[in-house]
Design a protein. Structure first.
Length: 227
């Protein structure tokens, strides 16, 4: 066999071996990274689905996030599904809620830290009108603030918040890029913390890693088993 062909075969074998070793390393690394990210999210103390989801076919997260349509400050209708493809930080809050107002700066800090990434804060304000909401953001905000009016004058909690089973504010749902609720948080959190950033980034970066390499390794393993 000519030496050139031998060298070519040797180079091809070397590439396959290197690819196999790198692939095995990636597959071994992923569970460790996943555990780290899961620990970060669990460190924020998420809770189980509330009673509003009891009648659905899902009894635990992840589950599809119920879609809704509400107005932005310019009067445009916005749907939750408009944000699919991004990790959505869905926060139910109100200007009359002291814990909510304490939490808002850390949410804005989180949005700032994740600016330019596939992440968006959608803050639904339980209010009958925009007046008090706009007054709270005289200098603007980096959050996407939408109005969630209560069903009648005697109510304080917004219609969509009620639909999501929210009895008191604030509450937060973390929705992945496919539109599934992954985590649910009752009461305020320190969202500017490193733990919170790590949790959000784990969902932002979540995707099928190197699918072609997984397929190759699976094929190789089947070939090896058959022989």
């Amino acid at each position: 066999m000519p030496s050139g062909i031998k060298k070519g075969i040797a180079a091809s074998v070397a590439v396959l071996v290197c690819g196999f070793l790198v692939g095995k390393f990636v597959l071994m690394l992923e569970p460790a990274v996943a555990r780290e990210h899961l620990a970060a999210c669990n460190g924020l103390r998420p809770v189980a689905p509330n009673e509003s989801f009891a009648g659905s076919m899902y009894d635990e997260f992840p589950m599809p996030a119920p879609d809704f349509a509400v107005q932005d400050v310019e009067g445009n209708m916005r749907r939750l599904s408009d944000f699919q493809g991004q990790v959505v930080f869905l926060n139910f809050w109100a200007t009359w809620c002291p814990p909510c107002k304490e939490e808002v700066p850390s949410i804005e800090a989180l949005q700032k830290k994740l600016a330019g990434e596939s992440f968006v804060v959608v803050a639904l304000a339980s209010s009958h009108d925009w007046k008090s909401v706009v007054a709270d953001f005289e200098n603007g905000t980096n959050m996407t603030v939408l109005l969630d009016p209560p069903v009648d004058e005697d109510e304080q909690i917004g219609k969509i918040a009620h639909y999501y089973g929210t009895p008191a504010l604030p509450e937060t749902y973390i929705i992945d890029k496919q539109g599934y609720i992954r985590y649910y948080f009752v009461n305020k959190r320190d969202w500017k913390s490193d733990v919170a950033v790590t949790c959000m980034r784990s969902l932002i970066e979540e995707e099928e890693s190197l699918p072609w390499l997984r397929s190759l390794l699976w094929t190789m393993s089947q070939t090896s088993s058959a022989s």
